[in-house]
Design a protein around this ligand. Structure first.
Ligand code: ATP
Length: 235
């Protein structure tokens, strides 16, 4: 479904990504793990057309998307939940969800999707008229995921959904990510520092170290890999 082939990305003279290749098959949950500054967010931003790549290519369902604009990439079926959530703080929960559907005009289907989201996250229905900025961190993450789902993505990109959240909330959010993957066959590209949680729900994982992929394998194999245990799982 997604083929990232030998991409390199620069910020001025600084090379943040060095010849990265990642393949994602339809229906998979893939995780990209790595320390602070390894280049995880840059990978996602390169993928969505926010930061241009200098070399290599990115193909989505057979189409080269490397030089497309972010809105065009969204319209092809890729949505991102950015790091730090970035919901619209002054809009209500419902208005935030409507914003996620801004490229759509199938009103009836939009209503159905909102009902589905309220089933996934009853908390959001209870708070549908509340301003986004007054939600708790966990609720804002739920809203950010839901807003991205309103675009009906076939590929959902998540940038550190666990950031700053209590363990119980992280567990709930990861359970829902698994559910979204299973129920809708939505392919998931999950960027995480919380390697333990991410590898537990992912099918496969890639380890990013200072801009390079140092290791990739099935998630259960990475969980039992001695190097990964020491560097990322604190074991
Ligand atoms: P974190 O988990 O801390 O968010 P990350 O793995 O997502 O880290 P990136 O944010 O992709 O890492 O950063 C990769 C490298 O690129 C870092 O060295 C960072 O300082 C650098 N970088 C990121 N954004 C910019 C920018 N706008 N200008 C210059 N350098 C940048």
């Amino acid at each position: 479904m997604l083929k990232i082939k030998n991409i390199s990305t620069f910020y001025g003279n600084i090379q943040a990504l060095k010849d990265i290749s990642i393949d994602v098959a339809e229906g998979e949950i893939i995780t990209l793990i790595g320390a602070n500054g390894a280049g995880k967010s840059t990978t996602l931003m390169s993928l969505c057309g926010i930061v241009p790549i200098k070399s290599g290519s990115i193909e989505f369902e057979g189409e080269d998307i490397s030089s497309l604009t972010p809105d065009k990439i969204v319209s092809l079926g890729i949505s991102q939940v950015p790091e730090g959530r970035r919901i619209f703080p002054l809009l209500s929960v419902k208005e935030n969800l409507d914003m996620g559907a801004f490229l759509r005009n199938d009103t009836e289907e939009i209503k159905k999707d909102i009902d589905y989201i309220y089933e996934l996250f009853p908390r959001l229905e209870e708070r549908k008229n509340q301003q986004g900025g007054t939600l708790s961190g966990g609720e804002q993450q739920m809203l950010a995921i839901s807003r991205a789902l309103m675009a009906r993505p076939r590929l959902l990109l998540l940038d550190e959904p666990s950031l700053g959240l209590a363990p119980l909330i992280v567990q709930q959010i990861f359970d829902i990510i698994k559910k979204i993957n299973k129920e809708n066959n939505t392919t998931i590209f999950l960027v995480e520092q919380n390697a333990n949680m991410a590898l537990k729900i992912a099918h496969r994982g890639y380890v990013l170290e200072t801009g390079r992929i140092s290791l990739s394998d099935d998630a259960d194999k990475l969980l039992s890999n001695e190097g990964v245990k020491k560097a990322y799982l604190g074991i």
